[in-house]
Write a protein that binds this ligand. Structure first.
Ligand SMILES: *[C@@H]1O[C@H](CO)[C@@H](O)[C@H](O)[C@H]1NC(C)=O
Length: 541
């Protein structure tokens, strides 16, 4: 799912379809001088943002949250902000704590404009304008670095901090920012009651560790964990990606130093040592790596021919095409198909209809070939699909019910035949959304979620698409009879969000296509990753 969140950019200037989107920006959130949440000093809760929430940090009024938010940022859309009542999500961050502490509104553009975002006032509930702390936002543009580091550390002879017992050590990693400040990027787990902890190996993207800059300082603090949140500082040391990576072949030992102890005690040597036990780098593959390596997208179309769409000859019908304008169905098909066909080398697209009475015997079919060829339902190009679709409109009788499961199972059956990553199936279902076989469809999607396939649902018409939203699985992972979908493979978008009054259809359709296809790369990657499939090497040209 995700289109609902990602697509809310109506009225924006659209970069040409297929062009590289804007840039990715990582937001880091801190608060300063929050008021106590409750009389008894309840802990400040996680901050919620409109697109996510931070973790909870107990017992502090000055939390530095580790969880980051990566946002797409489109410069082109900014100028349109003022045209809308509701700014698009990617430009506005809404903060409100669970035990409501206060809130602030800010445009992402403002945060990006000033390197460290302006401290933002947090108004208290019911007392607008009353300050109850500040939120600090740091936005940094992410470099395109795609490597992932796995490392493991241990420590020796750390200082004893606990009166009873030893210490409960953990590590906190910070990367340095361009302006010399530090941003938390990782915390290890706590190892209880030891001065010689061995932490679990962990992975971190290189861009999180150093934003792709191999020589940036990486600072590491060693703390003794305390139940009440007042963790004791044991010491610190600094390194860089480059230095860490040299350790691939040997152990590297760092002295942990506590500057205050060093000043006070003449004989102070160190507060222990930390040893890098292992360090390895793996490349994170992209969608493009797989496509270049020969993975084919196989595109299948399914079109809703149920009676709820209205008689195609009537102008009110969703299938109605005037001499001057395509129907909503045809528009959606064209918009999505024309982009996806670039990734499908034979450009033969199986196309089905469902929910109609089909000649010659007038039986209801939930999966009839639009080209009337049961042996080979493939149409040549999107033009071929359109032609067969119009042909079918003239020959079948719109009926019902609206069953999705048969087409989903059909494509899943084909997808199950080649699971080595060389083929990935995308099923586009265009529907008015009045689904009749919800249970069967959920079951079919849960089964399909372990196969190399994704499902795009475009909802046309004025319906409330609650069922479609549920299938999309953005809020709650889809399940059927106690079984959960392995991956999110459904993307739903309502067509009406893309029909603008200005009559500029071309722009709206480009945006529809972009939003509909937004999740396909990630869904493909999640399949490849869980199956441990690497891209094949690009064919030599
Ligand atoms: C998928 O697409 C590729 C390339 O276009 C084609 O060779 C292959 O036969 C297709 N697979 C199916 C099951 O249609």
């Amino acid at each position: 799912g995700g289109a609902r969140a990602g697509m809310a950019a109506p009225g924006a200037l659209e970069p040409a379809a297929g062009s590289v989107p804007g840039t990715k920006v990582e937001l880091t959130v801190s608060c300063r001088q929050l008021r106590w949440g409750r009389v008894l000093g309840g802990p400040p809760s996680p901050l919620s943002l409109q697109f996510g929430r931070t973790e909870v940090i107990d017992n502090t009024l000055n939390p530095d949250f580790v969880r980051k938010f990566v946002l797409d940022y489109y410069f082109e859309e900014k100028q349109n902000l003022r045209d809308w009542g509701n700014p698009p999500w990617s430009h506005s961050a809404f903060f409100g704590a669970q035990d409501f502490l206060g809130q602030a509104f800010v445009a992402l553009g403002e945060v990006i404009g000033s390197q460290r975002g302006p401290p933002t006032a947090v108004g208290q509930k019911g007392v607008p304008g009353k300050r109850c702390g500040t939120i600090l936002l740091l936005a940094e543009e992410l470099s395109n670095c795609r490597d992932i580091v796995t490392m493991q550390l241990c420590a020796n002879k750390l200082d004893k901090k606990d009166f009873f017992g030893k210490s409960d050590p953990f590590l906190v990693f910070y990367r340095s920012n361009e302006d010399g400040t530090f941003t938390i990027c990782h915390k290890t787990e706590v190892v209880k009651n030891t001065l010689n902890p061995v932490w679990q190996p962990f992975t971190i993207p290189v861009r999180a560790l150093c934003n792709g800059d191999y020589d940036r300082t990486v600072k590491i603090d060693v703390y003794d964990w305390d139940r009440d949140g007042s963790h004791d500082f044991i010491g610190e040391f600094a390194t860089s990606y480059r230095e860490l990576s040299r350790a691939q072949s040997q152990f590297t030992v760092y002295e942990v130093l506590n500057p205050r102890k060093k000043c006070k005690k003449k004989k102070y040597v160190n507060s222990g040592t930390v040893t890098l036990l292992s360090f390895s780098v793996e490349s994170e593959f992209t969608f493009v790596d797989y496509i270049r390596g020969g993975t084919q997208l196989n595109f299948t179309v399914a079109i809703d021919f149920t009676a709820s769409n209205g008689l195609p000859s009537q102008p009110t019908s969703l299938h109605y095409a005037s001499p001057y304008q395509l129907s909503a169905y045809a528009l959606a098909l064209k918009a999505v198909g024309e982009i996806i066909q670039d990734y499908d080398s034979d450009k033969l697209f199986p196309a089905y209809g469902f929910g109609a009475k089909v000649p010659p015997d007038g039986k209801i079919s939930h999966q009839f070939p639009l080209n009337n060829n049961v042996e080979n339902p493939s149409c040549a190009g999107i033009e071929g699909v359109l032609e067969s679709y119009l042909q079918s409109l003239r020959t079948v009788q719109l009926y019902g019910p609206t069953n999705f499961a048969p087409v989903i199972n059909q494509v899943a059956g084909i997808a199950a035949q080649v699971t080595d990553g060389s083929q990935y199936h995308v099923l586009l279902i265009i529907t008015d959304g009045v689904i009749s076989d919800m249970l069967q469809t959920k079951e079919a999607i849960v089964t399909a979620s372990s196969l190399p396939m994704s499902i795009i649902i475009v909802g046309v018409g004025p319906a409330e698409f609650e069922a479609m939203e549920e299938l999309d699985g953005d809020e709650v992972r889809l399940s059927s009879r106690g079984r959960y979908a392995e991956r999110d493979i459904v993307q739903f978008v309502p067509f009406r969000d893309y029909v603008d009054d200005s009559g500029n259809q071309v722009l709206s359709m480009a945006r529809l296509a972009k939003d509909v296809l937004a999740e396909i790369p990630e869904q493909l990657l999640s399949y490849m990753k869980t199956r441990d499939i690497k891209p094949r090497r690009a064919d030599p040209e």
